[in-house]
Design a protein around this ligand. Structure first.
Ligand code: EPZ
Length: 424
C-alpha cells in the first residue's frame, strides 16, 4: 500500500497549474449516455474516480477512450437496453449515481446500485428520486438497487432543497433527465456550483435548452434529441483551493494557474481574513503569507459560500493560527474525520456537534497518520508540510481519487514529499 512521506517546515513558493475538475468531469461523462454523437472532452484529469466512471459507463455500453493530453472521447450506442450499474463499481464512487437520470431519459429503465463514496457521513439520494419521480419515473429500492422504469419523461415543476440546502449531483441527475423530457421543467433550489454550471453548458452544446444556469432556478425546455459536442472541463476549484491554502499555511507565495477567481471567492475572502494576501493575476490566483495566520470562524455553505470540500484543508491551516477558530460544517455535519489525525500531529481541536473549535498552537510535529477520505487526506498533507519533522501518511489511495500528480506539483513548489510502498 502506498504512503506519502513528507518532511515539513518549508515554505511553498512558485507556480502550479491546476487540472480539470473531477466533480465536473464525472457527471459530464455520464451525460454521454444522452448523446447521439460522440462527446469529446478535454481537460479530463487522470484520476481513479474518472477511471471508475469509465468502467461504469463501459458496463452500460458506452465507450470511454482516453487520448493524449487529457482528451477523452465517449460514444454511446444509438440503441441499447443496458441499464445495470453494479454494486461492485458503485460502492467505490458516489458520482456513479449520475448515470440514473440519463438512463431514465434515454433508455427508460435503470438498475443502479445505491452508491458508496467518501466516509463523510450520511449521504441520502432522496432528492434525486424526488426530482426524477416528479418527471414521471417509477423508482423503487430493491435489494440495494434503485430500479427504475418510465416511458418518455414529462416536464414538471419541482423543489429540490433538502435539510442541508441544494444537492449537487441531485441537480445534475434531474437536469440530465429533464433535457429530454416532454415539455418544460422548473428546478427550484437547484445547486449553483460551478460543476453544475459546466454540465449545463455541455448539455446546451449538445442541443439542450436551459435557462437560469448558475442560479437556483433552472428552466428546461425538453428536446427530442441531443447530439455530440466538444467541451473543455473547467479547472478544479478544490484542487486550486488546496494549493492556495497550502501556500498560506506554509507562509509561502504560491500562484495557481488556471484558478478561477469567481469560483474561489469564498476561499479568497477567508484567506484575506486570516491575514494572507490573495490577488487575481492573469488567469491565475496568487496567495502570499508573510507572517503567522490569524484565527477565524469558518462556516461551510453551498456555492458561492465557503466549500465543504475545502473545510478540512482550511482547518489544517488554522491549527497553527494565532488564537481560537471555530469551523462549522453546514453541508456534511459529520465531516470531521481529520480531527483525530490532526491531533496526532499536535493540533488542539475539540469537536462539538457539527463544529470544531481549533486552538492555534505554535507548531505541529510530524507523526504517522492515516488518510480517511479524499479531502481529509489533503488536510493531512497540508499539516505535514507545516509540521516540524517527518510525517508518513498512509492509505493515500484516497488522495489518488481526486488529486492529479499531487506529489509532483508540490515538489515543484519546493515541498519535500515522496511516495513509498509500505509492505503491509
Ligand atoms: C458533491 O457531492 C460532490 N461530489 C462532493 O465532493 C461535495 O462535497 C458535495 O457535492 C457538496 O459540495 C461530486 O460532485 C461527485 P450533495 P453530492 O448532494 O452531490 C444532502 C469530494 O470530496 N442530500 O450536494 O453527493 C447531503 O446529505 C466530494 O470531491 C440530501 O439530503 O453532495 C448533504 O448534506 C465529497 N438528499 C447535502 O445534501 C439527497 O438526495 C449536499 O449534498 C442528496 C443530498
Amino acid at each position: 500500500m502506498d504512503a506519502l512521506v513528507v518532511t515539513g517546515g518549508r515554505r511553498l513558493t512558485g507556480q502550479v497549474k491546476v487540472s480539470g475538475a473531477k466533480n465536473a468531469a464525472l457527471p459530464i461523462m455520464a451525460a454521454s449516455i444522452l448523446a447521439d454523437g460522440p462527446l469529446v472532452l478535454k481537460g479530463v484529469p487522470d484520476l481513479r474516480d474518472i477511471r471508475t466512471m469509465g468502467r461504469l459507463l463501459g458496463k452500460l455500453g458506452v465507450s470511454a477512450e482516453r487520448k493524449r493530453g487529457g482528451t477523452m472521447v465517449l460514444k454511446s450506442p444509438s440503441r441499447s437496453n443496458r441499464s445495470r450499474a453494479p454494486y461492485e463499481i458503485m460502492k467505490t464512487m458516489r458520482a456513479g449515481i449520475c448515470v440514473l437520470g440519463p438512463l431514465m431519459a434515454r433508455r427508460g429503465r435503470a438498475e443502479v446500485s445505491l452508491p458508496g463514496g467518501c466516509a463523510i457521513g450520511d449521504r441520502p439520494v432522496d432528492l434525486h428520486l424526488k426530482g426524477l419521480r416528479a418527471l414521471g419515473a417509477r423508482l423503487e429500492i430493491e435489494h440495494g438497487y434503485i430500479i427504475g422504469s418510465c416511458r418518455r419523461l414529462r416536464g414538471a415543476e419541482m423543489y429540490l432543497g433538502g435539510p442541508f440546502g441544494s444537492s449537487v449531483t441531485g441537480t445534475a441527475n434531474v437536469l440530465m433527465a429533464a433535457v429530454l423530457a416532454d415539455g418544460t421543467t422548473v428546478i427550484d433550489c437547484a445547486a449553483c456550483e460551478p460543476e453544475v454550471q459546466d454540465l449545463a453548458r455541455v448539455l446546451e452544446k449538445m442541443g439542450a435548452r436551459i435557462a437560469g444556469i448558475g442560479s437556483p432556478r433552472l428552466v428546461v425546455e425538453g428536446v427530442d434529441h441531443l447530439g455530440g459536442c466538444e467541451h473543455t472541463v473547467i479547472p478544479d476549484r478544490i484542487e486550486a483551493g488546496t494549493f492556495l491554502v497550502a501556500g498560506a499555511a506554509t507562509r509561502g507565495d504560491v500562484t495557481v494557474e488556471g484558478a478561477r477567481w469567481n469560483d474561489l471567492f469564498g476561499l479568497v475572502n477567508t484567506l484575506r481574513e486570516v491575514g494572507a494576501e490573495a490577488e487575481r493575476c492573469d488567469g491565475a490566483i496568487r496567495v502570499c503569507a508573510r507572517r503567522r495566520l490569524r484565527s477565524i470562524d469558518v462556516t461551510t455553505l453551498p456555492f458561492p459560500g465557503f466549500p465543504t470540500d475545502l473545510q478540512a484543508q482550511m482547518m489544517a491551516a488554522l491549527t497553527t493560527a494565532d488564537g481560537i477558530s471555530v469551523v462549522t460544517e453546514k453541508i456534511f455535519p459529520d465531516r470531521f474525520m481529520h480531527v483525530a489525525e490532526l491531533g496526532r500531529m499536535g493540533a488542539r481541536i475539540r469537536k462539538q456537534a457539527s463544529a470544531a473549535v481549533v486552538h492555534g498552537t505554535e507548531q505541529l510535529s510530524g507523526a504517522p497518520v492515516m488518510a480517511s477520505d479524499l479531502r481529509a487526506s489533503a488536510a493531512l498533507v497540508i499539516a505535514a508540510l507545516m509540521a516540524r519533522g517527518k510525517t508518513t501518511i498512509s492509505r493515500v489511495y484516497h488522495l489518488d481519487r481526486g488529486y492529479e500528480h499531487l506529489e509532483k506539483k508540490l515538489r515543484r513548489l519546493g515541498a519535500t514529499i515522496r511516495r513509498v510502498n509500505l509492505k503491509s
